[in-house]
Design a protein around this ligand. Sequence first.
Ligand code: 5AD
Ligand code: FES
Length: 338
Amino acid sequence: MNQIHTYTDQQLKIWIEDQSQAESLAVRADEIRRSIYGTDVYLRGLIEFTNYCKNNCYYCGIRCGNSQVDRYRLSRDQIMDCCEEGYRLGYRTIVLQGGEDPYYKDENICRIVSDIKKRYPDCAVTLSIGEKSRASYQAYFDAGADRFLLREETSNEGHYRKLHPEGMSMTRRQECLFALKEIGFQVGAGFMVDSPYQTTEDIIADLRFLEKLQPDMIGIGPYVTHSDTPFAAYPSGSVDKTLRLISILRIMFPYVLLPATTALGTMDPLGREKGLKAGANVIMPNLSPTDVRKKYSLYDNKICTGEESAQCRDCLELRVKNAGYRIVTSRGDVKRVY
Ligand code: 5AD
Ligand code: FES
């Protein structure tokens, strides 16, 4: 039986803010993870297929207002080549991530999804392409997409307004997440740690939102400054706080899939290993063609933008092993028993 504990705001505040809690949180989180997922770590091959975006989020490097970005789109053939490489490397989940790029119509997305599913029926396909209509989400699902990642970013309306320009709406984003769940996607939500103006109370609001949504995956990583955004002057987030939050999420949502994110690895050379030890059980290596990797720059100094995919694969094998876990080749679906 899955137990869903609720913790008081006061308890959560202490866990979020106090580094002396880190060790005991991590021990407890690791115990929970081992009881459900053992030492297994799942890989998701990430294909960043377009860095065009119609949105202008203040924190994000590929916002439409950033004229410094060298924009690119991958063709269907290029995407299929990445999938082939990913399959060869043992990845059984392909994540298609991009900015909100109106160039790709629903039928293009559906075609890509169904091509991948046809060629690799034992792979899960995850989409991470932003806010769409319910009908669009339904079409992607019908085409074979299994999962969808859409971080809520923040669950406080006032904070949402500080991170996003006029025209973007927290309510709409949350509605998207509930629609995705109703349609039948395995859903991933999440937020940045220490995004500008974020308070502990905002993080607690995120945890409460996640309790309502009950997502299958929760992606969190530190906010990392990008020098060509309006938030260039805001410092990057805390690795330690991110690690405490990974543990808190594992404790609050025992069954959830938790990535040790690239942002965490960017802020600390051992960030992803520390993330695993704190309770994470997923890693999302980059599968994009090497010549576009630097262009998908959500934040400064992103790691793994020069390596070949095979290099990342070997590098991760070693890192995961050294942290005391093991990479498994499977789809890595959520183990939910409720
Ligand atoms: N630092 C860290 N994470 C970021 N994202 C976007 N910009 C940044 C940044 N500057 C995250 C957002 C988005 C995900 C794809 O990347 O949370 O949902
Ligand atoms: Fe990319 Fe280590 S994961 S080089």
